[in-house]
Design a protein around this ligand. Structure first.
Ligand SMILES: *[C@@H]1O[C@H](CO)[C@@H](O)[C@H](O)[C@H]1NC(C)=O
Length: 528
């Protein structure tokens, strides 16, 4: 009887937990790679049986019973023109992507997303409810307001390796001596100058955020969310409370790319979740081409944002000539038709990247070093040659070189000669491929797959009403307590007090001794 009861209780608990939840997914970044990351969430959350509302600029997918999209495709108009044009970047005529530039641009995108008419319609409907909100963190915390509207748990998604700007939302900022900023061009271990530079950069951004940017963001938060909460007859909580209220950070990263630095309990790695375990097979033509490549295949793609067709003409011609001189088969993701192709070079306007990386004849992948591409190269165990262009690509390529499965070539007008030497080195020296295979083993040797982990933690947060047990106690202490500044102040006061006392005491003793001396002196004088 008792057993029966426990069984029933257990069963009902399981049933309650596996119920489908309503999840709001906010991935407003007008960039293909961020779209791929958002789509990965959609796939895993739908598989887990949830209902998903997806705020995205990519709206080709038809709605289904469990998926509804909220169109923010107007976000594409917010990117400065030519920002990711290869020629512009090579000629240094494009905008420099500094940390402050990124923060301001992304704050603008976050603001316009919330102000978007389609999103406003969702937010201003008081009957709308969600069980959890997942927001992509990208240099702004405005999106945290979504969770406040629905009074439900907030989950950050971070598209890059964990770094101080996002980790400080869960715990303390990381140590710049061995954890670099997302825009850094270094990779630990750092030299003395790099370490000082990293500290300076991080302090500068933190300072500017404190005295300027946080205030700007707070004003936008207040003006956007006050009217929405008024409709729900509630007062707006402070932005401080809201931005540090996340239950979880799901990180598109793993120890294979980020390393083993300590991380808060509310941080979870899910790097690789965007890769489908059943890779769509290669087309018949492509399969034949790769199968018959006796000397191996070189695959070259600058990703979905950067386009090879934007390379200066002379660079295209030199690259083509150089590729033609290789004995390998070359597959180049290139967005237009190229005349006079050498026999061994094949152009694809769109490349089934994962299927190409999965092919055993692939010898090397030449990439811009975006985190999706580097993660995929580790997943499939393929060595890379990185040509980093912007953002976290420099850091990713530096890290990949440190791991030993990559080499770097600088983007330049004269890069084709160096690229040729580097291709020959990576293909002839087996250690790059071996290292890539080793990392691939590490990537796959985990207790559950990243997609399952994603679904598990989202469920956990929903079922435990925000997983407060994962929250770091550091968030509930002000800076002066965390850093023992109060103790430092107390010690300073004590030292000062002792100093003053000693000084006074000495002055007193001295005055006594001096006046005694004076007396004896004057006595002596009198006696004379
Ligand atoms: C903070 O998080 C909790 C748990 O997820 C949630 O219930 C609450 O509404 C959040 N508070 C604010 C101000 O967003």
């Amino acid at each position: 009887m008792e057993n029966m009861m426990t069984l029933l209780v257990l069963l009902s608990a399981i049933l309650a937990c596996s119920e489908s939840a309503k999840i709001l997914l906010v991935f407003p970044g007008p960039s293909k790679s961020h779209g791929i990351l958002g789509d990965g969430y959609v796939r895993h959350l739908l598989n887990a049986g949830h209902e998903v509302t997806y705020i995205t600029p990519f709206t080709q997918r038809p709605p289904t019973a469990k998926l509804r999209t909220v169109d923010v495709s107007s976000n594409f108009d917010l990117l400065p023109p030519n920002i990711i044009n290869l020629k512009g970047i090579m000629d240094k005529s494009s905008e420099d992507m500094t940390a402050i530039f990124m923060i301001l641009m992304m704050l603008d995108i976050a603001e316009k997303t919330i102000a978007n008419a389609n999103v406003q319609k969702l937010l201003n409907d008081p009957t709308e409810q969600f069980d959890a909100v997942i927001v992509e963190w990208f240099f702004s915390e405005l999106g945290a307001g979504f969770a406040t509207v629905y009074e439900c748990p907030l989950i950050w998604s971070s598209s890059v390796d964990p770094h101080w700007q996002v980790l400080q939302l869960l715990d303390e900022p990381t140590n710049p001596a061995y954890t670099v900023d997302v825009m850094s061009t270094y990779s630990p271990p750092l030299s003395f100058l790099q370490r000082v530079n990293e500290l300076w950069n991080q302090l500068m951004v933190q300072f500017l955020k404190y005295v300027w940017l946080d205030g700007v963001e707070e004003k936008i938060y207040t003006s956007l969310f006050t009217p929405i909460l008024e409709k729900r007859v509630r007062k707006l909580p402070s932005f401080y409370e809201v931005r540090y209220n996340a239950s979880l950070l799901l990180s598109n990263s793993y120890v294979t790319t980020s390393g083993g630095a300590s991380l808060p309990q509310s941080h979870k790695f899910i790097g690789g979740y965007h890769i489908d375990d059943d890779v769509t097979p290669l087309s018949e033509d492509l399969k034949k081409l790769m199968d018959s490549a006796k000397d191996g295949v070189v695959y070259f793609s600058m990703g979905s944002n950067l386009r090879s067709k934007d390379l200066p003409d002379e660079v295209k011609i030199n690259l083509l000539k150089m590729f033609g001189s290789l004995k390998q088969t070359v597959i180049w993701k290139f967005e237009e038709v190229l005349p006079n192709l050498p026999k061994n070079v094949h152009i694809l306007q769109w490349a089934p990247q994962q299927a190409i990386l999965a092919h055993p004849n692939l010898a090397v992948f030449i990439t811009h070093g975006g985190l999706l591409s580097t993660t995929e190269s580790i997943y499939f165990g393929v060595p890379i040659i990185g040509i980093p262009v912007y953002g976290d690509q420099f850091m990713n390529v530096e890290k990949s070189m440190n791991k030993g499965y990559a080499l770097k070539v600088d983007l330049s007008y004269t890069m084709s000669e160096e690229l040729k030497k580097t291709i020959e080195e990576v293909i002839s020296n087996k250690r790059y491929a071996e290292k890539a295979k080793e990392l691939s083993f590490i990537h796959h040797d985990r207790p559950v797959k990243p997609g399952q982990e994603l679904a598990h933690w989202v469920n956990h947060v929903i079922n435990t009403r925000g997983a407060p047990h994962l929250r770091s106690p550091a968030l509930d202490l002000p800076l002066y307590k965390r850093k023992f500044l109060d103790l430092a102040a107390l010690v300073a006061v004590l030292v000062l007090a002792v100093y003053i006392l000693l000084k006074r005491a000495l002055a007193y003793i001295c005055s006594q001794v001096c006046s005694n001396k004076g007396k004896t002196a004057s006595k002596k004088k009198k006696n004379n």
